[in-house]
Design a protein around this ligand. Structure first.
Ligand code: FAD
Length: 430
């Protein structure tokens, strides 16, 4: 298990919000279970509107993926707008498209509006193709979202290297709205803003039981009880057995990241110039960005909570050497990993499994902007927004196929994906 001391963001984050272990009983309008970006943004929306809110985490605010994330704001889906409409129908599809068009700007507006100090940079995202087939798909993806209204430019040949500093690609999209944040600072900042609006935050407070009685929810923790009109589950990849079946609605993957020593100014002018971010089209995706001090944060798909397991660390280092051979031998300062919840269609799910109980999970590795979209949608729903005005449809809690066996085989997924990526690069390279 990666400890929080191993996670780079804990060493540069803004102050933790005021929170303590729940002790005794509490009665609130809404209980939010899970203190990551989704839960904190949900609590903020509700508290801002005057609801009484308890926000609880089994560890601490930001302990899950939100405090471990690469923090890249890559705000489009893997699907084209037309594919979203085919998948969700025209009404939800169109609303999700409109929400997506502003998702990145809305995140950076939220950061300003709530005065969150999280080293936010909105200088663009380079999405690079690693094979000819990926180039063709990306062209279609880019032109369709461009036609829908996003500012996306195609980069080819030497212009990819100029824009990214990587010699590994010959085609990429440059998404102007992309950017990056210090993810733990953002999570803590949302929580602090929620607390400033009256929300109560509790750490070391795992909810172990949820029961409906007399038209309300009763949530039990080790040391207390919360009674609430409504409960929102925002536990994503860290979802446990609290609500039957929820854990089976996604595949739990891992992502692993390293932080290098700060790069020299000259290196920073060449690699990811202007502090753009990069990610590519590999199954075991490579992604990179700078932190505020010029360290490169480089990651890929992991196998477990332990970075080294199943060749995870070797995979990251091979990735770093492939994407940025100029700094192949740069010393590292830290390495860490965290869980990601991947749904079959790689889109988040909103659920309402019982009256007064909502869940928003399954960000599939694209959570930095989309958790805020989900948090705003969950709070809007509880504040009275009609279901058919939401950006996400409310889905039944349906288990993904072969969940049990695939969970056991999951550590082998990243090595298998890496093999497939290498085969594709050899047979269909750029
Ligand atoms: C290493 C890594 C790199 C990533 N990089 C990127 C990136 O660059 N860009 C991007 O868009 N996305 C990225 N992601 C994904 C993104 O970080 C997540 O989608 C997002 O943070 C999910 O936020 P969340 O609030 O939904 O869940 P989390 O932040 O995981 O929060 C869930 C919380 O629920 C708590 N919890 C669980 N069960 C209970 C319970 N019973 N009672 C109380 N609390 C409970 C947990 O302790 C946890 O803190 C990355 C993820 C990882 C792990």
């Amino acid at each position: 298990m990666t400890t929080k001391e191993e996670v780079h963001w804990y060493h540069t984050a803004g102050a933790a919000p005021e929170s303590h272990e729940l002790d005794g009983s509490l009665d609130v309008d809404v209980l939010v279970v899970g203190g990551g970006l989704t839960g904190c943004r949900t609590a903020l929306g509700l508290a801002e509107a005057g609801a009484s809110v308890a926000l609880v985490d089994s560890r601490e605010i930001g302990w899950g993926a939100s405090g471990r994330s690469g923090g890249q704001c890559n705000p489009i889906w893997r699907q084209t707008p037309q594919q979203l409409i085919d998948m969700l129908g025209s009404s939800y599809g169109e609303r999700l498209i409109q929400t997506t068009l502003t998702a990145a700007d809305d995140l950076f507006l939220d950061i300003k509006r709530f005065g969150v100090d999280c080293d936010a940079v909105q200088n663009g995202w380079i999405q690079a193709a690693h094979t000819k087939k990926a180039r063709k798909n990306m062209r279609a993806l880019g032109s369709s979202w461009s036609a829908a209204g996003l500012d996306i430019a195609e980069l080819e040949g030497v212009s990819v290297r100029d824009a990214s500093g990587s010699p590994a690609y010959s085609f990429a999209l440059r998404h102007a709205a992309g950017g990056h944040v210090q993810p733990l600072s953002l999570t803590r900042g949302y929580a602090r803003a929620a607390i400033a609006h009256g929300a109560l935050a509790f750490e070391n407070t795992p909810i172990t039981k949820l029961k409906r009685a007399d038209g309300k929810w009763r949530a039990q923790s080790r040391t207390g009880q919360i009674t609430a009109e409504n409960v929102v589950l925002t536990t994503n990849a860290y979802t446990d057995g609290l609500w039957p079946g929820l854990q089976q609605t996604f595949y739990r993957f891992f992502s692993a990241v390293v932080a290098t020593q700060p790069l020299a100014d000259e290196q920073q002018r060449e690699i990811l110039p202007g502090k753009v971010t990069i990610s590519d089209t590999r199954l075991a995706i490579y992604f990179a960005r700078y932190d505020r001090d010029g360290r490169l944060i480089f990651g890929c798909v992991g196998s477990s909570v332990k970075v080294d397991a199943f060749g995870g660390f070797r995979r990251i280092m091979r990735g770093l050497r492939t994407v940025f051979p100029q700094i192949a031998n740069i010393p590292l300062e830290r390495k860490w990993a965290g869980g990601i919840a991947v749904t079959p269609e790689m889109m988040p799910h909103m659920h309402e499994p019982a009256p007064g109980l909502l869940a928003g999970i399954g960000f599939s590795g694209r959570g930095i902007a989309m958790t805020s979209v989900m948090g705003r949608a969950l709070s809007a729903k509880l504040l009275g927004m009609a279901t058919d005005e939401l950006p996400f449809p409310i889905l039944p809690v349906t288990p993904v196929p072969f969940h049990g066996i695939s969970s056991r085989l999951m550590p082998l997924a990243a090595p298998a994906m890496t093999l497939k990526d290498r085969f594709d690069s050899m047979t269909d390279g750029i």
